[in-house]
Design a protein around this ligand. Structure first.
Ligand code: HEM
Length: 336
């Protein structure tokens, strides 16, 4: 898959996210020249995705994508007024070891062939050498996409629900909610949030299907909101039963996370399920304003029924750099 263009691959392309992911988060040494490092990583990504890098060991790259983000510390070094300069605040239900919070560099590797992931991570880390030190890594998997309605499709997560229905899906929505329009050094980039959330599967599976559906506010089998319609319909948050109870409960995830209720734009959720170190979700969202994420989670905290089944064990935000090509090396507009 071509790594070059106005945007990096691995966000909206390929349109159905690949089934396997490995995210590696690293920190940079103090005296490291960031520009040359990113340019080298871009070159290596070029060779890896073209299948010409000998470190691929002959594996065909297929639909391999590598997406690079830089953490708030590096953004602040370039220009503290740029989007991406703010750290992610703390939220409830976090049990995050110091090395699993934040980080300077995100390497998100996605592919259909799971063998590629550790091989590509090794090649990129070897290229960076002593300039980077790994902090944490997480692999994840996605099941097949299920078409729901209006061209939208999304996979199920470990709780059995279709995850990724609401989001910026059209090119116009991508421009409005996903890609940074500017300033020039970051135009075409986006802001990523990556959080590893362990799920209490035994407690969730002990619920009746109706109680599971009340947690989300959607039907488990189809993704249809409890207020009716099709999966692509917005939940009708005002709809009530004849005896006056909300069809979409007050603490349902789709009510607490609803962008109109929160008053924010759309986030592109592209999460992967995990089985180690614990069953859960590697929540990944892309949006052009960090507040889309922080205001949503602040609105969910303490009142979202879903959060009672989660413990967050890793958390970071990154500026996903704009796309690159042979004339414009990765990161060149930000780090000279
Ligand atoms: C383990 C944790 C989580 C799971 C299993 C999960 C799962 C889901 C599911 C199944 C849906 C409904 C279908 C859809 O629109 O995709 C949904 C909707 C949504 N989730 Fe999550 N989610 C989790 C955490 C989060 C977090 C941390 C955020 C952001 C702070 C978030 C933001 C959203 C948003 C914005 C929607 C769309 C709501 C709407 O307008 O209907 N989710 N999530």
């Amino acid at each position: 898959m071509s790594p070059t263009g106005r945007h990096q691959a691995g966000i909206t392309l390929p349109q159905s996210a690949q089934p396997n992911l490995l995210a590696v988060v690293a920190e940079l040494g103090d005296a490291v020249a960031v520009g040359p490092l990113l340019a080298e990583l871009g070159q290596t990504i070029h060779a890896l995705t073209a299948g010409t890098d000998p470190r691929l060991l002959g594996l065909p790259p297929g639909d391999l994508t590598v997406t690079i983000g830089v953490g708030p510390r590096l953004v602040r070094m370039a220009d503290p007024s740029l989007p991406g300069a703010a750290d992610l605040p703390r939220f409830s239900r976090e049990q995050i070891a110091p090395q699993a919070r934040g980080g300077d560099l995100l390497v998100q590797i996605c592919a259909s062939d799971p063998l590629l992931l550790p091989v590509v991570a090794t090649a990129l880390l070897q290229q960076a050498g002593h300039r980077v030190q790994e902090r944490w890594r997480q692999s994840g998997r996605r099941g097949p996409n299920i078409p729901v309605d209006k061209g939208i499709s999304a996979p199920r997560n470990l709780l059995g629900f279709i995850d990724g229905i609401v989001g910026p899906h059209t090119t116009a929505e991508h421009q409005r909610h996903l890609w940074l329009a500017g300033p020039a050094p970051v135009g075409g980039g986006t802001i990523a949030v990556v959080r590893r959330m362990e799920l209490d599967l035994p407690r969730f599976t002990a619920l009746s299907v109706a109680d599971q559906e009340a947690v989300f506010g959607r039907r488990r089998a189809t993704g249809v909101p409890l207020s009716g319609g099709t999966a692509a319909w917005d939940p009708n948050l005002g709809a009530k039963t004849p005896d006056g109870r909300y069809l979409v409960p007050a603490d349902a995830h789709v009510r607490r996370a609803n962008p109109n209720v929160v008053g924010v734009g759309l986030m592109l959720r592209r999460s992967y399920s995990t089985d180690a170190p614990a069953p859960g979700l590697l929540f990944i969202s892309f949006q052009n304003d960090l507040r889309t994420f922080t205001n949503t989670l602040a609105h969910m905290d303490d009142s979202d029924a879903l959060l009672r089944f989660t413990t967050t064990t890793a958390s970071a935000t990154f500026l996903i750099l704009p796309g690159f090509d042979q004339q414009h090396p990765l990161g060149a507009k930000m780090f000279h």
